[in-house]
Design a protein around this ligand. Structure first.
Ligand code: SAH
Ligand code: DHB
Ligand code: MG
Length: 223
């Protein structure tokens, strides 16, 4: 029973039963596909989980690293009050353009700001503009830069806030300490940083579903 076909079917079952918002956000996935963006957005069930986490902590401001077509961004935006804000950082101008179209189409454009460029170059401006502190940071871009993204998230997320890191399992490749894959190295490095970081309490969860076998790290910034 633990094969991809079953994971797909169970994801479908829970999504249909419990995630009505998916219908509303499907348009963003369709537009992303039409523009040939890679199909690597979070699944609907994980998107809803992200939305619920943001709501559980009463988030008003979210910082996202890695926008793609803005599917996860929309889940966060839907968690916020009308005066809330998502700042999302994206390297690829085409991804940012598709995402902005999706935000307008979904009626969330006023709550979302996309900053285009390598994320590590965008953080100083986000800090200087005084938009934060943020209640939640979602790190989901190039995995090799996870350590730098985590450092910035620690700087910009308030005590009591959350730092989430996507794709920390990757079919179990995270176990390979001798890997020459810089993305796996970036995951292992950030897990090591989290382990040693006194300012956070954390865990990481393995996830299966329509995106296969992967996982999410969850850090609570201590009060
Ligand atoms: N969060 C999205 C998926 C993001 S996919 C969702 O779940 O819907 C990863 C994105 O990170 C891609 O759009 C990619 O272009 C972007 N990316 C890659 N390197 C980056 C960098 N250095 N800075 C900012 N974004 C980057
Ligand atoms: C990839 C990136 C992601 O953020 C993801 O959730 C899945 C896959 C990738 O780069 O392959
Ligand atoms: Mg991801």
């Amino acid at each position: 029973m633990s094969d991809q076909k079953t994971w797909d079917a169970v994801d479908g079952y829970f999504t249909e039963a419990l995630v009505p918002e998916q219908t509303e956000f499907q348009k963003a996935l369709d537009a992303s596909e039409a523009s040939d963006l890679p199909a690597i957005s979070v699944s609907a069930n994980v998107g809803k989980f992200l939305q619920l986490l943001a709501r559980m902590i009463g988030a008003r401001k979210v910082l996202e690293v890695g926008t793609l077509g803005g599917y996860s961004t929309l889940w966060f935006a839907s968690a916020l009050p009308a005066d809330g804000k998502v700042v999302t950082l994206e390297f690829e101008p085409l991804h940012a353009e598709v995402a902005r179209g999706n935000f307008r189409e979904a009626g969330y454009a006023d709550r979302i700001e996309v900053r285009v460029g390598p994320a590590l170059d965008s953080f100083p401006g986000v800090e200087a503009d005084g938009i934060g502190p943020f209640d939640l940071a979602f790190i989901d871009a190039d995995k090799k830069n996870n350590p730098g993204y985590f450092e910035w998230a620690l700087k910009l997320v308030r005590p009591g806030g959350l730092i989430l890191i996507d794709n920390v399992v990757r079919d179990g490749r995270v176990l390979d300490a001798a890997t020459r894959d810089v993305n796996v190295q970036g995951v292992r490095k950030v897990i090591d940083m989290i382990a040693k970081e006194p300012r956070v309490d954390a865990t990481a969860l393995q996830l299966v579903g329509i995106k296969g076998y992967d996982g999410l790290a969850i850090c609570l910034v201590k009060e």
